[in-house]
Design a protein around this ligand. Structure first.
Ligand SMILES: [Zn+2]
Length: 353
């Protein structure tokens, strides 16, 4: 696969994200955004396209034509009591009585509307789908600490037992800190009593190729962070999972990347589309991935599971069901890919839809 992509310098640069290795300019969150990229046609999976044109093939269980990888980053659940108390004191001190009045009733209830994993799982199940949930496993003093993973033990074990994946949502500095990465992975594994396979970093912070190296070293099966925060599409031209090529070492890495194509915030906030335009764009990328028999990874945060954004998510599930897509989480796709993956021409792909 790499030999074929290497033949076209521009595609090879896109596939390896050469510009990100060479340029150090980043946005306010330390990310490489789409607006800084010289590859403008982000909704065309150019690398995947070349592979398919040259006879590469892939197949999915039961002849399903393509896959929708459904994922949820759990950034917030509720605020622990001491933080709620602190916020009330702070609001009163600042004279913000309405905010204090809003928080006080929450003191009695641990649960907040974002504590909705079971509802999400039930919804997906009704469409024949399942998904991955990535949880933060931060300590109280960490930046972006929003919940104690210990408090969610019952919920996450239940998700796992029902067949939904529990993966790690790395904290805001985890993508470049091997010790943190290992500590967070072990923290989550202790609660789950199982190995964690999947990773996505908070705010989609990612450094090419360093983050892949760290994930490989920490023993992750796959990552699914590689998508642009400010535009939907295919950041390295792939609409299939792939083994990243490390330009610094000249070798293919062990960790699998299941590239992220669509994040709720990107589509519904950053791109400033109305709901009809957003669906048109969504349908366009779904169609593209379907045509290439690829995998489209969708990130829907648990706090976006309300109102119109919930309806939008349901529409994605409907689309997938109507087109016979394999709708599942990252671990299942990565495990399948390990054995089956993209195969060069004449490599014994038999089935098909
Ligand atoms: Zn996050």
């Amino acid at each position: 696969m790499t030999d074929l992509l290497r033949q076209d310098e521009e595609i090879w640069d896109l596939f390896t994200r050469k510009e990100e290795c060479e340029r150090r300019d980043r946005d306010g969150y330390g990310r490489f955004p789409y607006y800084r990229s010289r590859h403008r046609d982000v909704c065309v999976p150019r690398a995947s396209q070349i592979l398919m044109e040259n006879g590469f093939q892939c197949e999915y269980p039961e002849g399903q034509p393509f896959a929708i990888c459904l994922t949820h980053d759990i950034d917030t659940v509720y605020k622990p009591l001491p933080i709620k108390g602190y916020e009330i004191v702070k609001s009163l001190r600042d004279g913000d009585f309405s905010r204090a009045g809003h928080i006080i009733p929450q003191l009695r209830s641990k649960k907040r509307p974002a504590w909705n994993f079971q509802e999400i799982a039930e919804l997906e199940d009704s469409y024949g789908a399942c998904s991955s949930f990535y949880f933060l496993a931060l300590e109280k003093d960490d930046r972006d600490y929003a919940y104690a993973i210990e408090d969610l033990e019952q919920e996450i074990c239940m998700l796992h037992d029902q067949g939904w994946e529990v993966g790690l949502h790395g904290g805001c500095r985890t993508y470049c800190d091997p010790e943190r990465l290992l500590a967070e992975k072990r923290h989550l594994e202790k609660i789950l009593s199982r190995k964690v396979a999947g990773f996505r970093n908070h705010y989609l912070r990612f450094r090419v190729p360093d983050t892949w190296e760290l994930l490989e070293g920490a023993g992750f099966l796959y990552d699914t962070t590689l998508g642009y925060p400010d535009c939907i599409g295919f950041r390295n031209g792939m609409c299939h999972p792939f083994r990243p090529f490390n330009l610094n070492t000249g070798r293919e890495m062990e960790v699998l990347e299941i590239p992220l194509a669509v994040m709720d915030r990107t589509l519904l906030l950053h791109m400033r589309l109305n709901i009809e335009q957003a669906w048109d764009e969504m349908e366009r990328v779904l169609n593209t991935v379907e045509r290439h028999h690829g995998v489209i990874t969708v990130l829907w945060h648990n706090e976006f599971m309300i109102g119109t954004s919930l309806q939008f998510y349901k529409k994605i599930l409907e689309y997938g069901r109507d087109r016979g897509a394999w709708m599942t989480g990252g671990r299942e796709i990565a495990t399948w890919w390990e054995k089956n993956g993209l195969r060069p021409p004449g490599d014994g792909v038999t089935g098909g839809p």
